[in-house]
Design a protein around this ligand. Structure first.
Ligand SMILES: Cc1cc2nc3c(=O)[nH]c(=O)nc-3n(C[C@H](O)[C@H](O)[C@H](O)COP(=O)(O)OP(=O)(O)OC[C@H]3O[C@@H](n4cnc5c(N)ncnc54)[C@H](O)[C@@H]3O)c2cc1C
Length: 450
């Protein structure tokens, strides 16, 4: 560690947090990764059974690969689609164990607050921009304060799933019946098989996670008689997008939607579309889910629910940071129009970097899955490009920060619904406003509970 600057704190040791650390090290900047879980890739481990729709070629970061290659790592087959467990075992865990990173990651370290030292959100203070950040970190030893010259929040959204309730709030009864409701993609075919075999499950959501859950339930139905699948959408079926199919630049992602659509069309899955959930109760030992359809209010029975309706960012520990977020998407105002599903259904987002992620709080960034706020189309490759650009900026290399070094695969979906930006237009290099490089602040060693 140099003595001329504090580390850059990275919140979260997921794929993007670890890539951020590798990118910073490549620029000679000291990273400190703070991970709430007991091991790196904590959120990915929760979906370890899910096979990714992007192959290895799109899932690793260049600076991370360089650290791994220096230790004799054999890169996985670029055409193979890893599961979550493979992403951890073959990439994230070896990366975290490299000599370069292993002393720079703290697990069991949950960030509970971020602020400028001695300055609340309201206080301008003299030289706010040159004042170090202070992070409050919950560890087994209690709350610790750690100082940093900059902060990259890569804490993802896995811990904040959207609820089933149609208004964006948990439906009345949703919390009370949480024991029968899974959020995300449960391990239907293995660890949690008994909970779904021979039962009726109501899946809520229209994205790739919901499709994965429906496909797993359909496979289970082929083996376990009596397994029934209800699938609730917010929109009428004609307005549901099942993805770009054969036009999708990621073949597996396209096939996922096509297979899910075929299940609906064959009647193997009962689509409730629209079905806007108002209440969840219990009747005769099963869930009674009341919602609105075109013809009026109906109540359907289900043994279990799987809510795969997307995620939202947890902003609770950022109350003292000056943030500018789009009021709908909860991404930065520069990024939101590129990804807002209200403006376009095109999942093809042009690559972007530091300029689009910059916050009013200089030196603070939200990157990775969380940077997309409530928008559903994030790709790891996008996150890697984000942190490459941020690291370049923090190192004062403004030209590299502005340069786009990524071409994303097309989704094959681009049906504009309103007057919208040309979402399928060829990628343009983002133009960053000219800004000064961040001012390094003096070092102060953080404490250690060990
Ligand atoms: C089921 C599923 C399948 C996906 N498949 C693909 C795919 O095929 N291709 C693709 O490109 N993308 C895919 N994604 C989207 C995205 O790339 C992944 O979600 C990816 O894991 C995001 O990486 P991340 O580092 O931003 O966040 P995460 O992987 O969520 O990592 C965030 C980390 O931060 C930690 N954390 C959270 N809060 C705190 C805190 N307060 N303090 C400290 N640490 C904290 C978490 O424990 C976690 O380890 C998929 C997502 C899901 C959910």
């Amino acid at each position: 560690m140099t003595t001329s600057s504090l580390p850059v704190a990275i919140i979260g040791a997921g794929p993007v947090g670890l890539a951020a650390a590798a990118q910073l090290l490549a620029r000679g900047i000291e990273p400190l990764v703070l991970e709430a879980g007991p091991a790196v890739g904590h959120a990915v481990r929760a979906w370890s059974h899910v096979r990714m729709f992007s192959p290895w070629a799109f899932n690793t970061d260049a600076a991370a690969r360089a650290l791994l290659a220096a230790e004799g790592w054999t890169a996985p087959d670029p055409g193979h689609y890893p599961t979550g467990v493979e992403l951890v075992a073959d990439y994230l865990a070896p990366l975290a164990a490299t000599a370069a990173l292993r002393g720079r990651i703290r697990t069991g370290a949950k960030v509970s607050g971020v602020a400028r030292r001695d300055l609340g959100r309201l206080h301008d203070g003299a030289g706010r921009e040159a004042t170090p950040f202070v992070l409050h970190v919950e560890t087994c030893c209690g709350t610790e304060a750690i100082e940093a010259r900059a902060v990259i929040d890569c804490s993802g959204t896995w811990n904040a799933p959207n609820p089933a309730g149609s208004h964006g709030m948990p439906a009345p009864g949703e919390a009370r019946h949480a024991g029968r409701i899974a959020y995300g993609i449960p391990d239907i075919l293995d660890a949690e098989r008994m909970a779904y075999a021979g039962r009726t499950t109501l899946v809520v959501g229209a994205g790739h996670s919901a499709m994965n859950a429906v496909l797993d339930l359909a496979e289970l139905a082929g083996e376990a008689p009596g397994t029934r699948i209800l699938w609730a959408f917010r929109r009428p079926l004609g307005a549901v997008s099942f993805g770009g199919g054969a036009r999708d630049g990621l073949a597996r992602r396209g096939a996922l939607g096509a297979r899910a659509q075929a299940l609906v069309e064959s009647g193997a899955v009962t689509a409730l579309a629209p079905f806007l959930i108002d209440r969840i109760a219990e009747r005769d030992g099963a869930l009674a889910v009341t919602g609105r359809q075109a013809a009026g209010t109906v109540t359907v029975g289900a043994d279990r629910m799987i809510v795969a309706a997307g995620f939202r960012p947890d902003l609770s520990f950022l109350r003292e940071v000056r943030l500018a977020l789009d009021p709908a998407v909860e991404a930065t105002p520069a990024l939101a129009p590129l990804i807002d599903p209200n403006l376009h259904s095109c999942g093809t987002v042009r690559p972007h970097g530091e300029a689009e992620l910059r916050q009013p709080e200089a030196g603070f960034y939200i990157a990775g899955m969380k940077s997309y706020g409530r928008a559903p189309t994030f790709l790891l490759a996008t996150g890697h490009e984000q942190v490459r650009s941020i690291a370049a900026f923090l190192a004062g290399d403004l030209a590299a920060a502005r340069r786009v070094e990524l071409v994303l695969p097309e989704t094959g979906v681009c049906s504009t619904e309103r007057a919208a930006p040309a979402c399928c237009a060829p990628a343009e290099a983002p133009v960053a406003a000219p800004v000064a490089a961040p001012v390094p602040v003096p070092v102060k060693a953080g404490g250690c509970c060990g």
